[in-house]
Ligand binder design. Structure first.
Ligand SMILES: Cc1cc2nc3c(=O)[nH]c(=O)nc-3n(C[C@H](O)[C@H](O)[C@H](O)COP(=O)(O)O)c2cc1C
Length: 358
């Protein structure tokens, strides 16, 4: 019987345990959205995770929604990432790159030429964007033209090729948390009347096209996908999340992906994101390796793996405060508390200075 500390073959590489570092935006990239040496140290400190999923990484300037987030569309950014992947590999770890386009969760001050953020439909999300000038209300985004979508699909493909070229073990397509691909999936943000809106087939079309392009570039067994079916953040909702995401998961089965990653945010507030369902039930539809996330601790994660509710468990906040999370779990040791004041932006403080066990 497998437990949290059993190894797992994932496509071409073997994860040494089932404790995954969840993608965590930390807003510490340098000028030009270039990953820094400090980021390499941070990730290397956490290399004992069975797998590291990088912080969300922008596929294009239009995909940016937060200051100081890394990109992967040019050579300087790739050189920065190559230092990160090398540092992780030297410590015996594996790391995949989370590919990100924020869609409407941006602000003109973060967009090329001060343009409007783009989205499936011109629906303004409730909330504020963190900009270089502080928090600013979201604006009404511009609905993408049909003619613009092939270029976005191509940017995902190029980003995946770039990720492989700078040493990542694979990529995770970010289709969660109210960003572009999730905005297309859910009908609260997608009210298009063309081939990318309306039916489940149409709302899934952009994600499917992105996956076809990304899998063609690097092989499906190096590609994961993240979904968050009932995550209400970023003003997200769907009229029937169970039907929507059951359909999406069935379609994803056809790809032979490295894994499916389902984040359960929203699960503790039934109804908050519209009709409630338990996203953990998607496990029964999925034919491959299944990763779960949100609010797990050592015991609940171990139980989930032992009971076969998931093959892998991703940890977010616990990995911020505990670079040696796997060793602490093995030892049953206490965890450092992570400091929310240093989650987004800053320097070493609250980033690379959390102590390991004595
Ligand atoms: C500081 C911070 C940054 C995050 N950045 C990302 C991100 O870049 N991509 C993503 O998919 N989720 C992101 N998340 C969500 C986490 O991956 C994870 O789903 C969440 O923390 C719940 O897991 P946990 O209960 O183990 O912390 C972030 C969460 C936090 C707290």
């Amino acid at each position: 019987m497998s437990d949290l500390f059993s190894s797992l073959q994932m496509g071409p590489y073997r994860a040494s345990n089932r404790v995954v570092m969840a993608p965590l935006t930390r807003c510490r990239a340098g000028q030009g959205n270039v990953p820094t040496e400090l980021m390499a140290r941070y990730y290397a400190q956490r290399a004992s995770a069975g797998l590291i999923i990088s912080e969300a990484t922008c596929i294009s300037p239009q995909g940016i929604g937060y200051p100081n987030t890394p990109g992967i569309w040019n050579g300087e950014q790739m050189a920065g990432w190559a230092r990160v992947t090398q540092a992780v590999h030297e410590m015996g770890g594996h790391i995949v790159c989370q590919l990100w386009h924020v869609g409407r969760i941006s602000h003109p001050s973060l967009q090329p030429d001060g343009g409007l953020p783009v989205a499936p439909s011109a629906i303004k999300p409730v909330g504020e964007a963190p900009t270089d000038q502080g928090m600013q209300p979201f604006v009404t985004p511009r609905a993408l033209e049909l003619s613009e979508l092939p270029a976005i699909v191509k940017q995902y493909q190029i980003a995946a090729q770039n990720a492989m070229a700078c040493g990542f073990d694979g990529v995770e397509v970010h289709a969660a948390n109210g960003y572009l691909l999730d905005e297309f999936l859910r009908d609260g943000s997608n009210q298009r009347a063309d081939a990318y809106g309306g039916s489940l087939e149409n709302r899934s079309r952009l994600l499917i096209e992105v996956l076809e392009a990304v899998c063609a570039a690097e092989g499906a067994d190096r590609v994961g996908v993240r979904l968050s079916p009932i995550q209400p953040a970023n003003d997200m909702r769907d009229s029937d999340p169970e039907a929507t995401f059951s359909y999406v998961v069935e379609r994803l089965n056809a790809f032979g992906l490295a894994y499916l990653h389902v984040a359960n945010m929203g699960i503790t507030a039934p109804g908050a994101a519209g009709p409630y369902f338990d996203p953990r039930t998607l496990r029964t539809l999925w034919k491959g390796i299944y990763m779960t996330n949100h609010g797990y601790d050592r015991d609940s994660a171990n139980a989930a793996v032992k009971n076969r509710e998931a093959d892998l468990v991703a940890f977010g906040v616990p990995f911020i405060g505990n670079p040696d999370l796997v060793a602490r779990f093995k030892a049953g040791a206490a965890l450092n508390a992570a400091d929310p004041a240093t989650f987004y932006g800053g320097n070493e403080k609250g980033y690379t200075d959390y102590p390991v066990m004595a």
